[in-house]
Design a protein around this ligand. Sequence first.
Ligand SMILES: Cc1cc2nc3c(=O)[nH]c(=O)nc-3n(C[C@H](O)[C@H](O)[C@H](O)COP(=O)(O)OP(=O)(O)OC[C@H]3O[C@@H](n4cnc5c(N)ncnc54)[C@H](O)[C@@H]3O)c2cc1C
Length: 325
Amino acid sequence: MSEQIERVKCLIIGSGPAGYTAAIYAARADMKPLLYTGMEPGGQLTTTTEVDNFPGYPEGIDGPAMMVDLQKQAERFGTEVRIGMVTEVNFASEKGGIHTAIVDGKTKIEANTIIISTGATAKYLGLPSEQRLRGGGVSACAVCDGFFYRGQDVAIVGAGDTAAEEATYLSNICTKVTMLVRKGEMRASKAMQHRVAQTKNIEVLFNSEVEEVLGDQVVEGLRIVNNQTNEKHDIEITGLFIAIGHKPNTDIFKGQLDMDDAGYLKTKAGSTYTNMPGVFASGDVQDKIYRQAITAAGTGCMAALDAERYLAEVGIVEEVIGGNY
Ligand SMILES: Cc1cc2nc3c(=O)[nH]c(=O)nc-3n(C[C@H](O)[C@H](O)[C@H](O)COP(=O)(O)OP(=O)(O)OC[C@H]3O[C@@H](n4cnc5c(N)ncnc54)[C@H](O)[C@@H]3O)c2cc1C
């Protein structure tokens, strides 16, 4: 481990909409934030082509381009953005204590406040054809991308409440929704199952799995296999939605921060406070319900304001200059 230790008022972990929005607010409050991007600079939106629902872009915007804009805006006010992965944290449990984070296993950062915006990673099936067509008709977000398939036939993979909810969402936009359920029954609540069963343009295929996503540049169909009979058949679709869950990126916080059963960080209602004083959580890492760029940005703003108030409360008003000491 290097001997170099820096101390900052505000360390932001993650470079999605939550992290960059927190950075814009923290920088404008003169907290001189330091932001580490992680392995996916720009976050999940860099995996999508068109973002149509973020306010302020009347013609829509390419996901990676939007994230470059957010980074520039954060840097404009003095955020220092660094490529690097936080690999370890040690949170001080007393109010006003100094937290530490290790970056890439070697650089130690000390911080009065830490804003966690590490997001959640959508799970995919792992088929080569699926990975090749991500952004070409394969999506992990029906609310985000369903609109692009209005009036078309689509399929959705998943059996839980989210899958059922997304299937009914898609049924209002698309002509037909084929829902593929791996087992002989759905995991979704009875109420959601009922809603799916009552929706005329949703067809549920049980014991069914995707063998291959068909299409060269864009999705043109699916080869489906029945895992009981091994029978295969093809269907024509233009969009495939994967709704088999998300994994919040919280492994490094285990044992220190309160989480729910799925690993999402718990925050105090109506705020971004975690159970550790001076540690705040924003974006998808603490939100398994909405998971949108605008909600992530909203909680990023809240986290910076919460951190600013916390610093004032514990009396950290003097200039903390990043650098060796
Ligand atoms: C295919 C797809 C399309 C989507 N389309 C839309 C859309 O059109 N509109 C919309 O509103 N939403 C859309 N979403 C959802 C949206 O992308 C997310 O809600 C949003 O990106 C969440 O922002 P976030 O900042 O919480 O986290 P993310 O965007 O997930 O960013 C997390 C960040 O944390 C970093 N990180 C993780 N671990 C570490 C670590 N240990 N150290 C340092 N950094 C770390 C990552 O590198 C990344 O930069 C889409 C999602 C997907 C998957």
